[in-house]
Design a protein around this ligand. Structure first.
Ligand code: ADP
Length: 175
């Protein structure tokens, strides 16, 4: 299964596309969004301005500018309330729609952060489970050749992703 778990700063990765856990304005924010805009430079914000925002769970693609990645796929994750407001479906949509955008742009490698698990408050374990089960399900359905990196920002998250991958019966790999 072409799913890899790595511990890294997503802005350093030379993949075809990195995914930005954006907000619906697409005008930048904190966390991974802020880090991506800082490295990409002001041209990214300019291109984002022209997109007119993005609905939660949908995805829009831009160039990567000064990032080593060619493209950035911006997807606003759900703000976690109590899990009873459709958050799981919206979060799964983020992954699926990002993968669709990557395919449309003929990407072979894509890297995801743990969408919604920072400021948006999604419990990390549930967010990681949705990430891995949605991506593996999509890759099986489409038989796509994409290599998908799940980028963990610390070793605890990396450990969690690896244990969920094992519990799903998926054999991933490092790096
Ligand atoms: P959200 O608003 O969707 O919760 P955040 O950016 O606050 O998004 O956090 C999403 C996840 O991205 C968190 O797990 C956070 O630790 C992680 N993260 C933050 N900065 C980076 C980075 N530079 N590279 C990879 N992951 C990051």
């Amino acid at each position: 299964m072409p799913i890899k778990i790595i511990c890294a700063d997503i802005t350093t990765l030379a993949v075809d596309a990195i995914v930005n856990a954006a907000n619906t304005t697409l005008l930048g924010g904190g966390g991974v969004d802020g880090a991506i805009h800082r490295v990409a430079g002001p041209e990214l914000l300019e291109e984002c301005r022209a997109l007119g925002g993005c609905l939660t769970g949908e995805a829009k693609i831009t160039r990567g500018y000064k990032l080593p990645a060619e493209y950035v796929i911006h997807t606003p994750g759900p703000v976690y309330q109590d899990g009873k407001h459709g958050e799981a479906v919206l979060l799964a949509n983020c992954y699926r729609n990002s993968l669709i955008a990557a395919q449309e742009f003929h990407c072979e490698t894509i890297a995801f952060p743990c969408i919604s698990a920072g400021v948006y408050g999604y419990p990390m374990e549930e967010a990681a489970y949705i990430a891995l089960s949605t991506v593996s399900g999509y890759l099986k359905e489409t038989a796509d050749r994409l290599i998908v990196y799940h980028v963990c920002f610390n070793v605890q998250t990396e450990w969690l992703y690896n244990s969920i991958l094992t519990s799903l019966g998926i054999h991933g790999g490092r790096g």
